[in-house]
Design a binder for this molecule. Structure first.
Ligand SMILES: [Zn+2]
Length: 175
């Protein structure tokens, strides 16, 4: 049977669902030189289907490093862990930003294994994050947290690794 391809309609939906951000490293299509890919979270070679539930929006860097991997090594526990699954898991449950928003930190074995395997802190991406941060264009606001729950207590947001001052600045500039 021929392999089912990602349709243009699916691709549009996937890009919109991801708010134009790589679902792993959070890079934004607006500031990328290469178009993003639709990747199979569980690869087709392992029985993964070409369905919305198994597809994620990924930059070329993350897509290339992930390839057909579903597991990676967690340096802290010294164990193999499953990689982050954008459809079944929430980004902020497994990752947060460092103080200057240039590095993604893993807060679970899955988070750490994904950072290592997909090289989420590639040097070029770090440099881009630094510049975008100065322009208040990074980090991208986490949809599903800020937007959907604007009254979420400050402590909760901080725990999730979201910079409040940025959000507040953004709110002020939009006022
Ligand atoms: Zn990426």
């Amino acid at each position: 049977m021929p392999e089912k391809r990602v349709t243009a309609k699916q691709r549009t939906k996937i890009a919109e669902r991801a708010h134009g951000c790589c679902e792993y490293c959070r890079s934004q299509t607006d500031f990328a030189t290469q178009s993003f890919s639709v990747e199979h979270i569980i690869p087709r070679s392992q029985g993964g289907k070409t369905e919305l539930d198994n597809l994620a929006f990924a930059c070329q860097g993350c897509n290339g490093h992930k390839y057909t991997k579903t597991e990676g090594y967690d340096l802290v526990s010294g164990k193999i862990s499953s990689l982050y699954h954008p459809r079944h898991q929430k980004w902020c449950d497994h990752f947060c930003w460092n103080d200057d928003y240039t590095l993604i930190l893993g807060i679970t074995p899955t988070g750490r294994a994904t950072i290592e395997t997909l090289h989420l802190n590639r040097e070029g991406v770090q440099n881009l994050r630094r510049i975008l941060c100065e322009m208040s264009k990074h980090p991208p606001i986490e949809r599903g947290t800020i937007k959907d729950t604007p009254d979420e207590p400050r402590a909760e947001l901080t725990k999730k690794g979201i910079r409040l001052s940025l959000i507040e600045n953004k709110a002020l500039s939009q006022a």
